[in-house]
Structure formats: structure tokens, C-alpha cells
Ligand binder design. Structure first.
Ligand code: IMP
Ligand code: MG
Length: 182
């Protein structure tokens, strides 16, 4: 039986480490958003594992919605424009928004999204990301809630994919370089 673990050069974050940190983030958000009834907006697809775990650590009343986006251009060149493939199903005017992302990399996606959602006059917008790769930042965007800062390596698992695979891994791993060259 083939095990995806064989495709990893190393494990960056174990299931236990992630779980512990996500619990802390949920507690922090619950404190900050007491009486604010936040709406969590997940950015599909990468957010889905993190968001499912995070919201179960949130103890205050809240709601959630999802968006799906893709960047124009390819992996190496980005125009800075983002295509909305699925928009929100509700109005966010006057609401406290928490955008939930898997990883903040160049920042292009979240820079665009905060502007896009900001036009709808929410009461506030903050970002919760599981991972942050600050070394690759191109757009000016910062996450209020961040699980872990990671080095400039391509990581997969816990929702993050390479070519739509590896999202199901319960840990975050660094892919073996030969996987890219196949
Ligand atoms: P940004 O607009 O460059 O910040 O893009 C963020 C998006 O790129 C994330 O939501 C991921 O889908 C993807 N991404 C960036 N780095 C990685 C990585 O190391 N592994 C998997 N996906 C990544
Ligand atoms: Mg993503």
C-alpha cells in the first residue's frame, strides 16, 4: 500500500503541534470577538481543514461563509488580479469579518480579497492564516492571527495541496524535490 508519507522530505509540523496551536488561535479569537459575532470567511479550497478545526475552538456566537478564488497568470508571474469563482452568499455590511486562509505567501490573494470585501462596508476585517511565508511577500498584507511562520519551502497537507493532492495529510510536510520534476 502506497503511503503519501514517502513523498515527504520532512515533516514540518505534526498533527499534535497543529492542533495545539489551532486551539490557542481559537481561544485568542474568542477573546477578541466577544460580543462581536464574527463571520468567518474561508478561502477555498485550502482553508477547509484549518477552518473546520479552528471554528470548533471558537466559543462565541459566529457564522461562516466561503469564497473560492484563483489568481490570474501562472505560478511564477502574477498580474496581481484575482478571479472570484464563488462569492459570498450573504451581506457583510456592518459585520466583523475574519478571513480564513491556509497560507499567506506573496500576499496577492489576501491583499485583493481584503480590498474586495472592504468595499462592502464590514465593521472590521482581520485575517487568520495557519501558515505565513513572509520571505515571499509582494503585497502589503499582514495576518492578525497566524499559526506558524514557515521557511520558503513548498509545503503540503492539512488542506494545502500540490496539484490537488496531499490535502488529506493530517500534518504539514515538505515535499521531496523529485515530486515536482516528475
Ligand atoms: P498568495 O496570493 O501568493 O499569498 O497565495 C496564497 C495561495 O497560494 C495559498 O492560498 C495557497 O493556495 C498557495 N500556496 C502558496 N504557498 C504554498 C505552499 O507552500 N503550498 C501549497 N500552497 C501554497
Ligand atoms: Mg489557497
Amino acid at each position: 500500500m502506497r503511503d503519501l508519507r514517502e513523498d515527504m522530505a520532512s515533516i514540518l509540523l505534526t498533527e499534535e503541534e497543529i492542533h495545539q496551536r489551532v486551539r490557542e488561535l481559537g481561544q485568542e479569537i474568542s477573546r477578541d470577538y466577544e460580543d462581536k459575532e464574527p463571520i468567518f470567511i474561508g478561502v477555498l479550497k485550502g482553508c477547509f481543514v484549518f477552518m473546520a478545526d479552528l471554528i470548533r475552538q471558537v466559543t462565541v456566537p459566529c457564522s461562516m461563509d466561503f469564497m473560492a478564488v484563483s489568481s490570474y497568470g501562472n505560478a511564477t508571474t502574477t498580474t496581481g488580479a484575482v478571479k472570484i469563482n464563488k462569492d459570498l452568499s450573504q451581506d457583510i455590511e456592518g459585520k466583523h469579518v475574519v478571513i480564513v486562509e491556509d497560507i499567506l505567501d506573496s500576499g496577492v490573494t489576501l491583499h485583493y480579497l481584503t480590498g474586495y470585501l472592504g468595499n462592502r462596508k464590514p465593521a472590521s476585517i482581520s485575517i487568520a492564516t495557519l501558515l505565513d511565508k513572509p520571505s515571499r511577500r509582494k503585497a502589503d498584507v499582514a495576518a492578525k492571527y497566524c499559526g506558524y511562520t514557515v521557511p520558503d519551502a513548498f509545503v503540503v497537507g492539512y488542506g494545502l495541496d500540490y496539484a490537488e493532492k496531499y490535502r488529506n495529510l493530517p500534518y504539514i510536510g515538505i515535499l521531496k524535490p523529485e515530486i515536482y520534476s516528475n
